[in-house]
Design a protein around this ligand. Sequence first.
Ligand SMILES: *Cc1c(COP(=O)(O)O)cnc(C)c1O
Length: 407
Amino acid sequence: LTLTREEAAALDRCDELAGFRDRFVLPEGLIYLDGNSLGPLPVATKARVGEVVEREWGQSLIRSWTDHGWIDLQFRIGEKIARLIGAAPGTTVVADSTSVNLYKLLAAALHRRPDRRVILTEAGNFPTDLYIAQGLAAHLQLGHEVREATNVLSTLDDTVGVLMLTHVNYRSGAMHDVAALTRAAHAAGALALWDLSHSVGAVPLQLEADGVDIAVGCGYKYLNGGPGAPAFLYIAKHMQNELRLPLTGWLGHAAPFAFESGYRPAPGIGRAVVGTPPVLSLAALEIGIDIALEAPMAAVRAKSLALAELFMTLMAEESAFTLLTPQAAPRRGSQVAFAHPQGYAIMQALIERGVIGDFRSPDVLRFGLAPLYVRFVDIWDAVATLRDVMRSAAWKQDRFQRRRSVT
Ligand SMILES: *Cc1c(COP(=O)(O)O)cnc(C)c1O
C-alpha cells in the first residue's frame, strides 16, 4: 500500500475528533463502515433509555407527558436538529419516518402548485423517495407524473411543481449543491424538497441561508438515534402557515386537549405533527443528536474528506474496482462507493473478516465514513482486508454467494 499503517496511525494521533470514539459502543475487532445505514449505539443511550423506562414510564406514568416534558420532546429535539442543519428556531420537528414525512411534505407542496403536474427528481434517487412520489401521484388522480432526470437542471421547466432531491446519493455518495438547485427550482416557479438522510450529522448544512423550502431527514444514520429512530422535517418559516398538510392528526391541532370535533392546524411547525410520538425512541435519538452537536462541523467535514481521500488513494491500485464517488471534495458526501461485478460476495467476505460495509444492488460496495468514530487506521485495515479477500479469492466460497434479505 502507498501509505504505511504507521502513517495512518499518525493521522489518528493528530485527530481533534479522536476523543468522540469512546462515546460509542464499538465491538472489539470490528471496523464499522456502515454508520450511514445504522449508526452505532452511543454509550450514554442505554442508561438514558433505562431511566425513561424505569422512572418516567414506570413510576410517573401518564404524568410524564407534562412532568417529564414528553409532550414537548419532538419540538425540543427538533430545535437541536435545526442547529445541525442551519435552520432557524421553530422550523424543525421530529416526527414519523422519513418516508411518511416525504409524503406529508410532497403532498403539501403539490397543493401549493395546483397548476403543475410534474414532480421532478433524479434517476437513481433512493427508492422510498421515488415510491412515495409515485404512490402520491397515482393517488391524486390528477395526472401527476414523477420525472426521473439524469440532469435535473436542464429538465426544470414551468410544468414542474416540486423538485424533490436527496442531497447525498445513497449509492455513489455524490452531493448536490443545495443553494444552486433550490435557486433554480425557484426560478422555474417550483418548490424544492430536500431529503437530508445521508447528510445530516456528516456534512455541513445551511438550510436557511440556502433558501430551502422544505426538507426531511433520517435519525438512525449519522445521527446515531437507533434502529428505526424517528425522522425529522423542516418547513421554512414563511411557508408554515400556508402549507396544507395531508395528515391532520390530533397532535397537529391548535388545541389537542380541547377535543374539538373540527380540525384547526397548530400555528407554525406544530401542524406537521400527526399522532402520539414514540417517547422511548425519542429519548435514544436525543443522545445521538447531543453528541453530534458537540462536534465542530468544520472538523467533522475535514476528517470525513480526509478519510475518503485515504480510502480512494489506497484503492487506486485495485483496478478491478470502479470508483463511483466523485473525487472533487465539494461534490462528495461522507461515503465512498465502488462497483465490482462480484460486489455482493466480496462484501460478505469482508463482513466475515470484521469489516462492515454494505452492498447496494446491482454491484455497489458502500463504505460510510462517520468521522466521530472511524479512524484512519480503520481505513487502512479495511483496504488491507479487502486486498486479502481479493488476493486469496476468499469471496468465491459458496456461502458468500447466497443473498440475504437485508444487504
Ligand atoms: C435512509 C433513507 C430513507 C429512510 O426512510 P425510512 O422511512 O426511514 O425507511 C429515506 N430516504 C433516503 C434518501 C434515505 O437514505
